[in-house]
Write a protein that binds this ligand. Structure first.
Ligand code: AMP
Ligand code: FE
Ligand code: FE
Ligand code: ZN
Length: 291
């Protein structure tokens, strides 16, 4: 079984439509794909329709990647991503918080693009805002910087103008990690900490804070991810063992906004099994095809 539990579509900062994402998953031979756009479930419906029409078996896991803040090493606030699987998206608290996160993103990106344009960087704030079909994020701005010839690649943009310590990258008021974990659990979902050791986001979480998140109901951590080196993976596996957490591995595919292939990192079937056992929110989306 080939299982990839983290991917993005045009509902947020990926470049494949939800339907194209489903087709790509079938094409690379995945058995299970989670669609986890940033702060939105808007891609679920199209993914469901696409999977229904497939001529092979595929399970699509409705999910989301929530923008959170957590306590980092040394006590400072760090940006953290929380993957949520199989939760009921219509619970009022949840729906309200995702709308709030989306407006934070819009307000922040408007300010960031206006600051850049005012400094003579040749991007058009309105065009950047309109380039997002769904929830906007820095990759949309990175693509505009590439198109304008300011940088040669999305990577170069993230190393410079769009890095965590750039003066153009403004903070947004994200959900406190433990609050988000509780919300996901209350909606019957399974919360998994995304790429906990990714360093490009201004610091990593304090281990004690991860333990607090576990007390709040955190179910798992993403271990195999392109932003983790061998030492990170080893440390995270040990942590997961100690805290009895589910361990996942995923591509975090963003289409042409990132250089990773769908299914490049994967989750063991036994761990996917545990996620399914814990979930009480919505069901997986399955193709009508059976062998
Ligand atoms: P934002 O959500 O606006 O804070 O932007 C963060 C997003 O940028 C995350 O979803 C990452 O996937 C993406 N990102 C971070 N670093 C890179 C990179 N080097 N190349 C492409 N995308 C990146
Ligand atoms: Fe992203
Ligand atoms: Fe992420
Ligand atoms: Zn992601």
């Amino acid at each position: 079984m080939k299982i990839d539990l983290h991917s993005h579509s045009t509902a947020s900062d990926g470049t494949d439509s939800p339907a194209a994402l489903v087709l790509a998953a079938a094409h690379v031979g995945l058995d299970v794909l989670a669609i986890t756009d940033h702060d939105t479930t808007a891609g679920w419906a199209e993914a469901q329709e696409a999977v229904r029409l497939l001529d092979r078996s595929l399970i699509v896991v409705p999910g989301m990647e929530m923008s959170c803040t957590g306590r980092g090493e040394g006590g400072r606030l760090v940006s953290v991503h929380l993957l949520a699987y199989l939760f009921e998206p219509h619970s009022p608290v949840f729906a309200e918080e995702t709308v709030r996160l989306q407006s934070e993103r819009i307000a922040r990106m408007q300010k960031m693009t206006i600051m850049m344009a005012a400094d003579g960087i040749p991007i058009n704030p309105e065009e950047v805002m309109n380039s997002a079909q769904g929830v906007i994020g820095r990759p949309h701005l990175a693509a505009a910087l590439v198109n304008a010839g300011v940088v040669d690649s999305v990577d170069e943009a993230f190393r410079g103008l769009l890095s965590a310590d750039s003066r153009y990258v403004l903070p947004k008021r994200d959900t406190p990690l433990t609050v988000a974990v509780e919300m996901v659990r209350a909606a019957g979902g399974v919360p998994v900490l995304a790429h906990p050791k990714a360093r490009s986001r201004g610091g990593v979480l304090d281990t004690e804070h991860i333990e607090e998140a576990v007390e709040a109901g955190l179910a798992g951590i993403e271990v195999d991810h392109m932003d983790h080196n061998a030492d990170d993976r080893k440390a995270l596996l040990d942590l997961a063992k100690g805290l009895n957490l589910i361990v996942t591995g995923s591509s975090d595919y963003h289409g042409s906004h990132k250089r990773v292939e769908l299914g490049q990192y994967r989750t063991h079937p036994s761990q996917w099994e545990k996620i399914q056992e814990m979930a009480t929110g919505v069901s997986v989306l399955e193709s009508g095809y059976s062998t």
